[in-house]
Design a protein around this ligand. Structure first.
Ligand code: ADE
Length: 235
């Protein structure tokens, strides 16, 4: 997969050199290029923003630099993603759908956002990280790139960890524990040390249901539940 990121703060993306994403890039599984939007400005001040039509606070990103940037980067295979608090929610299923593309372009807006004509002209998908407002799209893009990249074949060593994690089956994952078996008088649940894989799987499923019911009843309402799951929830 190829990812292009356009931002006025390319330095934000230093962390993409680290850890598993850095390794995936090194292994050629993923190519990421970060571009400074100001390279597509032509005035001495390298202006990227202007006052909003219709009035109101803040500044809006001008269409011309964005138009030139995207003319240079868009290809027939590309999917353009525009992070915005006004976008559709970014979920694990958004990550799965973006991971199927061969070329992603992320356009990071700042200030009050990018002139809407840019998004409309290039058919951008506006996506929100959550119901809160960030200074700009950069942090949202770091999160989205990480969520997408870990789904690419070969990026995650153990494909099992993709199957059993939170959100894959629409539920939150059960709590996890490691050694020592007793720490500050807190003991690891006995069942996890029993070696009985059937009971362990049922215990995990029950904790997963319990957590989801307590923390994310909205997810539970949409999850595919078995008769046994429903019985466990009623206990
Ligand atoms: N830009 C500013 N706030 C954002 C959010 N919540 N999600 C995505 N992009 C943003």
């Amino acid at each position: 997969m190829k990812i292009d990121i356009v931002s006025i703060f390319p330095e934000y993306f230093g962390p993409l050199d680290l850890s598993l994403i850095g390794r995936a890039r090194g292994a050629g599984l993923l190519r990421v290029d970060v571009h400074d939007l100001r390279q597509w400005t032509h005035d001495v001040h390298r202006t990227v923003d202007d006052t909003p039509y219709g009035g109101g606070p803040g500044m809006v990103m001008r269409p011309e630099p964005w138009g030139q940037a995207l003319d240079a980067l868009v290809s027939p295979s590309s999917v353009l993603v525009v992070p915005s608090p006004a976008g559709e929610p970014f979920t694990q299923s958004t990550a799965v759908s973006l991971a199927a593309a061969s070329h992603l372009i992320f356009a990071c807006g700042r200030y009050e956002g990018i002139d809407q004509r840019v998004v409309d002209h290039f058919g951008g998908r506006e996506v929100s990280l959550g119901d809160y407002v960030l200074f700009g799209g950069e942090v949202a893009v770091l999160a989205m790139v990480e969520a997408v990249a870990r789904l690419l074949p070969g990026v995650l060593g153990n494909a099992e960890s993709l199957v059993e994690e939170s959100h894959t089956d629409g539920l939150l994952e059960a709590p996890v524990y490691t050694k020592p078996a007793s720490w500050r008088a807190h003991d690891v649940p006995e069942i996890l040390r029993s070696g009985d894989h059937g009971r362990i799987a049922r215990w995990r499923r029950d904790r997963s249901l319990e957590r989801t019911a307590a923390r994310r009843p909205d997810l539970l309402a949409r999850a595919a539940l078995s008769a046994r799951d429903r019985a466990a929830l009623d206990e």
